[in-house]
Design a protein around this ligand. Structure first.
Ligand code: GTP
Ligand code: MG
Length: 137
Protein backbone atom coordinates (compact mmCIF):
# COMPACT_ATOMS: atom_id res chain seq x y z
CA UNK A 1 0.00 0.00 0.00
CA UNK A 2 0.96 3.65 0.13
CA UNK A 3 0.94 3.98 3.92
CA UNK A 4 3.45 3.47 6.71
CA UNK A 5 3.37 3.84 10.48
CA UNK A 6 5.82 5.82 12.60
CA UNK A 7 6.47 6.70 16.23
CA UNK A 8 8.62 9.57 17.44
CA UNK A 9 10.14 7.73 20.40
CA UNK A 10 10.40 9.14 23.96
CA UNK A 11 13.94 10.52 23.45
CA UNK A 12 12.69 12.70 20.57
CA UNK A 13 10.04 14.30 22.77
CA UNK A 14 12.41 14.65 25.75
CA UNK A 15 14.91 16.54 23.59
CA UNK A 16 12.30 18.82 22.01
CA UNK A 17 12.85 17.38 18.53
CA UNK A 18 9.20 16.70 17.69
CA UNK A 19 8.69 19.74 15.46
CA UNK A 20 11.99 19.36 13.61
CA UNK A 21 11.34 15.67 12.88
CA UNK A 22 7.77 16.32 11.69
CA UNK A 23 9.15 19.06 9.42
CA UNK A 24 11.58 16.55 7.83
CA UNK A 25 8.71 14.11 7.32
CA UNK A 26 6.58 16.79 5.67
CA UNK A 27 9.46 18.05 3.52
CA UNK A 28 10.03 14.49 2.25
CA UNK A 29 6.49 14.44 0.88
CA UNK A 30 4.62 12.35 3.43
CA UNK A 31 1.03 13.30 4.26
CA UNK A 32 -0.10 12.75 7.86
CA UNK A 33 -3.36 10.75 7.85
CA UNK A 34 -3.44 9.99 11.61
CA UNK A 35 -1.48 11.45 14.53
CA UNK A 36 -1.52 11.60 18.33
CA UNK A 37 0.64 11.99 21.43
CA UNK A 38 0.28 8.99 23.74
CA UNK A 39 2.25 6.85 26.20
CA UNK A 40 2.59 3.11 25.73
CA UNK A 41 1.96 0.82 28.72
CA UNK A 42 4.36 -2.05 29.41
CA UNK A 43 1.80 -4.43 27.92
CA UNK A 44 1.42 -2.21 24.83
CA UNK A 45 5.19 -2.20 24.22
CA UNK A 46 5.53 -5.95 24.84
CA UNK A 47 2.76 -6.56 22.30
CA UNK A 48 4.00 -4.04 19.74
CA UNK A 49 7.57 -5.44 19.88
CA UNK A 50 6.58 -9.11 20.42
CA UNK A 51 8.76 -10.13 17.45
CA UNK A 52 11.81 -9.12 19.53
CA UNK A 53 10.80 -10.82 22.81
CA UNK A 54 13.67 -13.34 22.72
CA UNK A 55 16.31 -10.68 22.03
CA UNK A 56 18.76 -9.66 24.78
CA UNK A 57 17.72 -6.00 24.51
CA UNK A 58 13.98 -6.67 24.85
CA UNK A 59 13.53 -5.44 28.46
CA UNK A 60 15.65 -2.36 27.70
CA UNK A 61 13.52 -1.68 24.60
CA UNK A 62 10.27 -1.95 26.58
CA UNK A 63 11.63 0.34 29.35
CA UNK A 64 12.72 2.89 26.76
CA UNK A 65 9.48 2.91 24.78
CA UNK A 66 7.31 3.27 27.91
CA UNK A 67 9.29 5.87 29.85
CA UNK A 68 7.49 8.87 28.41
CA UNK A 69 5.11 10.04 25.71
CA UNK A 70 5.54 9.29 22.03
CA UNK A 71 3.99 10.76 18.89
CA UNK A 72 2.36 8.04 16.77
CA UNK A 73 1.35 8.70 13.17
CA UNK A 74 0.23 7.05 9.95
CA UNK A 75 1.87 8.52 6.85
CA UNK A 76 0.82 8.37 3.21
CA UNK A 77 3.06 8.59 0.14
CA UNK A 78 3.86 6.45 -2.90
CA UNK A 79 6.25 3.68 -1.79
CA UNK A 80 5.75 4.84 1.82
CA UNK A 81 7.37 1.96 3.76
CA UNK A 82 10.63 1.90 1.80
CA UNK A 83 10.91 5.66 1.36
CA UNK A 84 10.30 6.29 5.06
CA UNK A 85 12.99 3.80 6.09
CA UNK A 86 15.38 5.60 3.72
CA UNK A 87 14.43 8.92 5.35
CA UNK A 88 15.06 7.66 8.91
CA UNK A 89 18.32 5.79 8.16
CA UNK A 90 19.92 2.71 9.72
CA UNK A 91 18.82 1.33 13.11
CA UNK A 92 22.21 2.32 14.56
CA UNK A 93 22.69 6.09 14.04
CA UNK A 94 26.43 5.50 13.72
CA UNK A 95 25.63 3.67 10.45
CA UNK A 96 22.90 6.07 9.30
CA UNK A 97 23.44 8.13 6.13
CA UNK A 98 24.06 11.89 6.32
CA UNK A 99 20.86 13.91 6.51
CA UNK A 100 18.71 11.04 7.78
CA UNK A 101 16.51 11.55 10.84
CA UNK A 102 18.49 9.05 12.92
CA UNK A 103 21.82 10.61 11.88
CA UNK A 104 20.50 14.01 12.93
CA UNK A 105 18.52 13.16 16.05
CA UNK A 106 19.34 9.66 17.40
CA UNK A 107 21.86 9.08 20.18
CA UNK A 108 22.43 5.33 19.88
CA UNK A 109 21.05 1.98 18.72
CA UNK A 110 19.05 1.81 21.97
CA UNK A 111 17.69 5.36 21.67
CA UNK A 112 17.18 5.89 17.99
CA UNK A 113 14.55 8.65 17.82
CA UNK A 114 11.99 7.12 15.44
CA UNK A 115 10.26 3.94 14.35
CA UNK A 116 9.31 3.05 10.78
CA UNK A 117 7.32 -0.03 9.74
CA UNK A 118 9.34 -2.66 7.87
CA UNK A 119 6.59 -3.98 5.52
CA UNK A 120 3.17 -3.04 4.16
CA UNK A 121 1.64 -5.79 6.29
CA UNK A 122 3.27 -4.50 9.49
CA UNK A 123 2.36 -0.90 8.62
CA UNK A 124 -1.29 -1.93 8.59
CA UNK A 125 -1.02 -3.93 11.84
CA UNK A 126 0.92 -1.18 13.65
CA UNK A 127 -1.37 1.63 12.45
CA UNK A 128 -4.41 -0.31 13.63
CA UNK A 129 -2.69 -1.01 16.97
CA UNK A 130 -2.62 2.73 17.71
CA UNK A 131 -5.58 4.16 15.77
CA UNK A 132 -9.23 3.25 15.35
CA UNK A 133 -10.81 3.49 11.90
CA UNK A 134 -12.37 6.83 12.82
CA UNK A 135 -8.93 8.26 13.61
CA UNK A 136 -7.46 7.38 10.18
CA UNK A 137 -8.12 9.96 7.46
P1 GTP B 1 12.17 0.23 14.34
O1 GTP B 1 11.79 1.14 13.22
O2 GTP B 1 12.08 0.91 15.69
O3 GTP B 1 11.46 -1.10 14.29
O4 GTP B 1 13.72 -0.03 14.13
P2 GTP B 1 14.44 -0.99 13.09
O5 GTP B 1 13.44 -1.69 12.24
O6 GTP B 1 15.48 -0.18 12.42
O7 GTP B 1 15.13 -2.02 14.08
P3 GTP B 1 14.58 -3.40 14.68
O8 GTP B 1 13.15 -3.61 14.29
O9 GTP B 1 15.56 -4.46 14.38
O10 GTP B 1 14.66 -3.11 16.25
C1 GTP B 1 13.57 -2.44 16.91
C2 GTP B 1 14.14 -1.46 17.91
O11 GTP B 1 14.79 -2.18 18.95
C3 GTP B 1 15.22 -0.52 17.38
O12 GTP B 1 14.70 0.60 16.72
C4 GTP B 1 15.93 -0.13 18.66
O13 GTP B 1 15.18 0.87 19.37
C5 GTP B 1 15.88 -1.43 19.44
N1 GTP B 1 17.11 -2.19 19.25
C6 GTP B 1 17.47 -2.93 18.17
N2 GTP B 1 18.67 -3.49 18.34
C7 GTP B 1 19.07 -3.12 19.58
C8 GTP B 1 20.24 -3.36 20.36
O14 GTP B 1 21.15 -4.09 19.95
N3 GTP B 1 20.28 -2.78 21.61
C9 GTP B 1 19.28 -2.01 22.09
N4 GTP B 1 19.38 -1.47 23.30
N5 GTP B 1 18.17 -1.74 21.38
C10 GTP B 1 18.08 -2.28 20.15
MG1 MG C 1 11.77 -2.74 13.01
Amino acid sequence: TNRTFTMLKPDSLEKGNTGAILEKINAAGFRIVAMKMTQMSTKDAETFYAVHNERPFFRELVEYMTRGPIVAAILEKDNAVEDFRTLIGATNPADAAEGTIRKLYAASMGENAVHGSDSDENAEIEGNFHFSGREQF
